[in-house]
Design a protein around this ligand. Structure first.
Ligand SMILES: [Zn+2]
Length: 254
């Protein structure tokens, strides 16, 4: 008991060898009567189905009170609707975006949304890809929040960050070129701040990517605080430092 507490204080992650896709599947298949747990000792996923198991209630209450087990969350209907809410802005076709928005916000919107997808195979395919990426990111965030690491599995691509030279900055679109460090949030100084701009090959879609980006920025460029700027096809990172007090938290503006 004491050792577990120490572990948590030092923030040492639980390391398990369960396959990430199995975890995501359990997340997706969890329902009000079907519960999935991670067994930290045997490194297995355990399923308790209340409809099939007459001892389910007893088992569930025992497992909930035992630190050996961690309950895998449930991807419920509200969750699904949130994913839909962000998906409707994906198509580049404004009329389609409008149709999707109106469909989802009608009575029984989720059901009507599925029906609409059935009539448009290309859109359905787009939705399935989008949904699977969203669920994957949710699962990654859940693992990060619960301090769980999976052994020998690379859940995110290799991150490449490159600083852009002053010459290259001149070639960037105006929207990013004109976005400049304006004032220090600590001492309010407005003088002598220089913008540093970096390209990055991924978008900050989950906490693991954010953590790894922060680590690289610190180790390679000595930066502890950065901002992000999305240029459609290309993602950028921005950073600056106040020459007066050394603070890296700067207010940027046009
Ligand atoms: Zn300052």
């Amino acid at each position: 008991m004491k050792e577990k507490k120490m572990n948590k204080e030092k923030n040492i992650p639980f390391t398990i060898s369960i396959n990430f896709n199995e975890l995501t599947m359990a997340f997706e298949q969890s329902a009000n009567s079907t519960h999935y747990f991670i067994d930290l000792e045997s490194n297995k996923i355990i399923c308790i189905d209340e409809l099939k198991d007459s001892d389910a209630r007893t088992k569930l209450s025992q497992m909930r009170n035992n630190k050996r087990y961690i309950k895998i969350p449930q991807h419920d209907i509200r969750n699904e609707q949130l994913v839909m809410e962000t998906f409707i802005y994906e198509p580049r076709d404004f009329i389609l975006v409008d149709t999707l928005y109106k469909t989802l916000h009608r009575k029984n919107g989720v059901k009507l949304f599925y029906q609409l997808l059935e009539s448009q195979p290309h859109l359905k395919e787009q939705w399935l890809t989008y949904r699977s990426a969203a669920l994957r990111n949710e699962m990654i965030n859940w693992l990060c929040n619960n301090n769980i690491e999976l052994t020998s599995q690379y859940l995110i691509p290799t991150i490449e960050i490159k600083e852009i030279t002053a010459e290259e900055i001149k070639l960037l679109p105006d929207e990013i070129k004109d976005f400049k460090p304006y004032a220090c949030l600590h001492c309010h100084n407005e003088k002598g701040m220089k913008a540093r701009i970096f390209t990055i090959n991924v978008s900050p879609e989950n906490m693991l990517i954010e953590q790894e980006t922060q680590r690289i920025m610190k180790e390679r460029f000595g930066i502890t605080h950065h901002g992000g700027w999305s240029g459609g096809e290309q993602e950028f990172l921005t950073a600056s430092r106040c020459p007066r007090c050394g603070c890296e938290e700067i207010f940027w503006d046009y």
